[in-house]
Design a protein around this ligand. Structure first.
Ligand SMILES: O=C(O)CCC(=O)C(=O)O
Length: 279
């Protein structure tokens, strides 16, 4: 199986972002011939205030980002893990940050809503309050891709190992983490956390990211880039730098079985809820 990760610099212009994503997917198809392609978090819209985000959001399955990715999947007969799309809610006054996945026929086979909200003040003083505009998802999501099970996660989810353990327990052999990781936290935490999650779950870990400066009102939001693929042993087997582009690699599923046979952590796991003494 060949995977391609698309690294983007999305802005608050939805049609330009969709066009850029489509161009990069077409290029990946022409140059790399991938089976599975993933876009980064918020590929369709990054930045803007709350009103602009609501304006850009789609009531899935309607909307231009959904339609464009669905058409590309069926035209090129590839799986598309559509990073995340701003989703208008059924009810309530907050959006969802939502991955949609299409199979080779363009059929939607999974939908995952980001669970952990990025409500953080980074050391440079930048404030992020994702939950002002977004409501968290509540479901752990996996899907079949040929003979492989893929697990879903998004960006800040990376910091919560329990989610990845839950994905591995549901059979995930590859995990996707579309991201728009901040430049400041990215330089210290991105690669080490991606490698840690791959080692702990013994999965292939595919993390396509946003990169560069994204203009948000009068401010610039800076993202880290460095999209990467980690193998189940924890080696980085493909990695982008900080420009827009594509990173591709072949993955061999037998490596998951081999690593799990060599170090059977899932079988050695201690259930603390059962064994911990009560105080
Ligand atoms: O966890 C981090 O440091 C970055 C997360 C992030 O940028 C996000 O979830 O949008």
């Amino acid at each position: 199986m060949k995977v391609s990760l698309i690294q983007m610099n999305s802005v608050s212009d939805k049609s330009a972002n969709i066009e850029a994503a489509a161009r990069l997917i077409e290029r990946a198809v022409a140059e790399e011939g991938p089976d599975w392609v993933s876009l980064p978090e918020c590929f369709d819209f990054l930045g803007g205030d709350r009103a602009a985000k609501f304006e850009a959001a789609e009531k899935l399955p309607d909307g231009p980002a959904y339609a464009a990715m669905q058409a590309l999947a069926s035209r090129h007969k590839i799986f598309i893990h559509a990073g995340s799309i701003l989703e208008k809610p059924e009810q309530g006054d907050r959006l969802h940050n939502t991955t949609v996945v299409f199979d080779r026929g363009g059929t939607e086979i999974a939908r995952y809503r980001k669970i952990h909200m990025f409500d953080v003040t980074t050391p440079d003083g930048a404030q992020y309050r994702e939950s002002n505009s977004f409501a968290p998802g509540e479901a752990v999501v996996t899907y079949p891709c040929e003979d492989m099970i893929v697990g879903c996660s998004i960006c800040y989810d990376l910091r919560f190992p329990d989610l990845f353990q839950a994905l591995a327990a549901r059979g995930a052999q590859m995990i996707a983490l579309p991201a728009a990781f901040t430049q400041q936290t990215g330089k210290d935490h991105w690669e080490v956390l991606c490698r840690a999650r791959a080692i702990e779950t013994q999965t292939f870990f595919c993390a396509p990211a946003q990169t560069g400066a994204h203009v948000v009102g009068n401010e610039k939001r800076l993202t880290y880039g460095h999209s990467l693929v980690v193998d189940p042993w924890g080696h980085v087997i493909a990695k982008a730098s900080d420009g827009v582009g594509i990173v591709s690699t072949r993955i061999d599923l037998s490596q998951v079985d081999r690593v799990r046979r060599q170090i059977p952590v899932a079988q050695h796991k201690v259930r603390f809820d059962l064994s911990a003494p009560e105080h």
